[in-house]
Design a protein around this ligand. Sequence first.
Ligand code: FCB
Length: 508
Amino acid sequence: MTSDQSVSTVTAVDGRATGLVFPPDFRWGAATAAYQIEGAFDEDGRTPSIWDTYSRTPGRVHEGHTGDVACDHYHRMPADVALMRGLGLRTYRFSVSWSRVQPHGSGPANRAGLDFYRRLVDELLAAGIEPWCTLYHWDLPQELEDAGGWPNRDTASRFADYAALVHDALSDRVANWTTLNEPWCSAFLGYGSGVHAPGRTERVASVRAAHHLLLGHGMAVEAMRAGRTPSNIGITVNLYAVSPAGPGIADADAARRIDGLANRFFLDPVLLGRYPADVVADLRGVTDFDFVADGDLETAAAPLDMLGINYYSRYVVAAQALQPVAEAGGAPNPVPEQAPPPEDGNRASRWRTPSCWPGSEHVTFGARGLPVTAMNWEIDSPGLVETLLRVHHDYPSLPLYITENGAAFPDQVAPDGTVHDPRRVAYFDDHLRACHRAIQEGVPLKGYFAWSLLDNFEWGWGYSQRFGIVHVDYPTQRRTIKSSGAWYAGVIARNGLDGPPADGVQGT
Ligand code: FCB
């Protein structure tokens, strides 16, 4: 049954769906993030962020890559916007570099930094592209990390001030605002497993960081609501479908735990104003949540206009029998030598420490044998339908956006200069069909952003992973629209998918 009559399926005589049409006002876009593309790391008053420090720390990022130059977007912005216009993008999601616009993480704005984003927004509007601003895509000013970072409560207030400052400068021309991108990564990769900046491996601090990110999000929403221009405001979370590897109750519990920490630990505070009780119980050996003050959860649940969802894959999880490390023979999750001692003496915490799953370190992650991308992420578009339906059914109804979805593959430039990437086309095709199906089932999905416009600095993987619909040759900074980019331009022009599902995912 189609609950949204504006969505349709074109059916051939043999009954197979040959084309899918999206709602007329569906927003088609692409996304990037400041540190991943801008470069110009020390120009016009920008100071280091935690990613500048982290990428300069030996051994942290693949082959010592940094974002110093990245895609040089800071200097090539008008040409990049022209590229977007050529693709027919209707909207573009970018992030602002905090340390470019407020170099000390507090205090006055840096005019030159803000001017870059003013120029970007003007250029986008002139090209008929709607700007969509993300305030925080992981690049905390180093000065704020030196003061304690996200585990320090004051960082939430600093974030709200920064949000107000950027909103004040751009909200006359930017209608759509995302506070945080993927707070799970900031908290648990940044302060738990340490595979993201700032690279700390402190279990308690990682949970405190999550709380202060959520608090800062709510404070930023309130600060922007108090601004001169009404805006559409949301947050972007990275959600996963989570499945138990086996039929037993131990694996079911592992799935509950990972769904709890990855998904509900962020959705519940923001949309329901509370932490999920089972996750709080799972974390009992880690923290008693003494950092939560009266009123924090009301603030975190400040009403939103939309929710952004980044979807890439599914987690398939199992519970590993708990046994002391010495008995485990060091495998399969040996405790790295630099791991801090468990803070609670809990045997589980002796597994896979440092971990991005505090209190659930005994959970292991498997696979279903599906085709994978170059990141080794299984391609699982049914998980996207599942995720969208779940958010729609379990939480108050809100317009939803896929603010990121995409795939890395090892693209090659052909001798004739073209970049042919059929597997990425198939990935997008597959996931857009999933989006369409969710809309047909009543999910208020209003838009989709491909990750990413350009190949870029993929965090700990440096430049080794290419996610772009546009290829970047880093030595020359030459841009080449991949076949996926041309294909996506066609999707946007037709407002939907033509023909039967694209081939190419299988047999990767
Ligand atoms: C997301 C990030 C984005 C990019 C993609 C591949 O988690 O938000 O910056 O790294 O993954």
